[in-house]
Design a protein around this ligand. Structure first.
Ligand code: PHE
Length: 341
């Protein structure tokens, strides 16, 4: 029937132009909906003879099936197109490329540093960054080492043309951090340090330290011992003991060398602790009143401790490095060092 042929033609053009799901829904309503072409054309049936009615009914049905199947396949076509477009916009990874067998890994210094940061973060310490190029004031004067003080000889460094220095210790950041936060204050600040050294297996011109300070009312040496013991027991994953020996650093009073019972032999004596049962690990002490004052903190009201953990040393001990220079070498074997048992 002419009427149905028109509808079919109309539909074929309409469906061919569909580009989106919304457009497809419009076509569906236009043809199959309550007042769509295929529903309204049924009204014509009343003017037909009984014979014609049957044939017309069949033709309408065939057309309906054709229309709804075409709409269904258009829907699938649109869905596939959307997936293809999304895939095309994603970065391509070829999962069939053979693996070289090598994968990157973190540097041992980074691994130990991250571990320390997690431990101290858990104890409420802020994690701070320090500069590698520092003013002479921050590196020396602000930590109670005036010009011409003999203590400067212990930390000879590299002076830049502008008078600044490559920092010789993480203590150089103490002043800036005290001024930034004031008291009370708990912070650690790991960093790369530089010294003009005669190089050998245990001396390198570039190495890592991790400084910590805690300043509050009534901070005493007991707090220092508690934090050092907790931190070192976490690092070595076993209970260690600590002991203090007197040590001189102009920025602490009293100053100490902190030894840790050897985590490898439990204090019985082994090659790591050179059979003494103790390992010298961490200079520390109570922050000198002059240093607090220069940091803008009243030494009458507040006291604090500071420690300067030798991060490179700790890394060497943990992974059994015999030569500190390996830590800065570009030799990838460094990354394969295994832990001493
Ligand atoms: N800054 C000292 C050094 O590098 C270590 C230290 C830090 C000592 C904090 C005492 C307190 O030698």
């Amino acid at each position: 029937m002419k009427e149905l042929e028109n509808i079919k033609e109309l539909f074929t053009t309409a469906i061919a132009n569909v580009k989106t799901n919304d457009e497809l829904n419009v076509v569906r309503t236009d043809f199959l909906g309550k007042s769509g072409h295929l529903t309204t054309c049924m009204k014509l049936i009343k003017d037909l003879s009984a014979e014609e009615k049957k044939a017309f009914g069949q033709e309408v049905n065939t057309l309906k099936v054709f229309v709804s199947e075409s709409i269904d396949s258009k829907k699938i076509e649109l869905e596939n197109k959307a997936i293809e477009e999304e895939l095309a916009s994603m970065p391509r990874v070829d999962l069939t490329t053979p693996n070289s067998g090598e994968s990157g890994s973190l540097h041992p210094v980074t691994i130990i540093q991250e571990r320390l940061i997690n431990i101290f973060r858990g104890m409420g310490f802020a994690i701070e960054d320090g500069n590698e190029v520092e003013t002479e004031y921050n590196n020396f004067e602000a930590v109670n080492i005036p010009k011409f003080h003999p203590a400067r000889d212990m930390q000879d460094t590299f002076y830049l043309d502008n008078g600044q220095v490559l920092k010789t210790h993480t203590s150089a950041s103490q002043n800036r951090i005290m001024r930034k936060y004031g008291a009370p204050l708990k912070a650690i600040f790991p960093g790369r340090c530089f010294r003009n050294e005669e190089l050998d297996a245990s001396h390198e011109n570039t190495f890592f330290q991790m400084e910590g300070i805690m300043i509050d009312k009534d901070i005493s040496i007991s707090n220092l011992i508690y934090f050092m013991k907790t931190m070192l027991s976490e690092v070595f994953e076993r209970e260690v003991n600590v002991r203090l020996r007197p040590g001189f650093f102009p920025f602490v009073e009293p100053g100490f060398e902190l030894d840790c019972s050897c985590p490898y032999c439990g204090g019985k004596g082994c090659r790591v602790c050179k059979h003494s049962g103790w390992i010298e690990l961490c200079p520390c002490g109570m922050i000198h009143p002059n240093v607090l004052e220069m940091g803008g903190i009243d030494p009458e009201e507040y006291t604090g401790f500071a420690f300067g953990l030798g991060l490179s040393r700790l890394v060497m001990m943990t992974y059994g490095f015999k030569d500190i220079r390996n830590l800065n070498s570009k030799d990838l074997k460094v990354l394969e060092q295994t832990r001493i048992k």
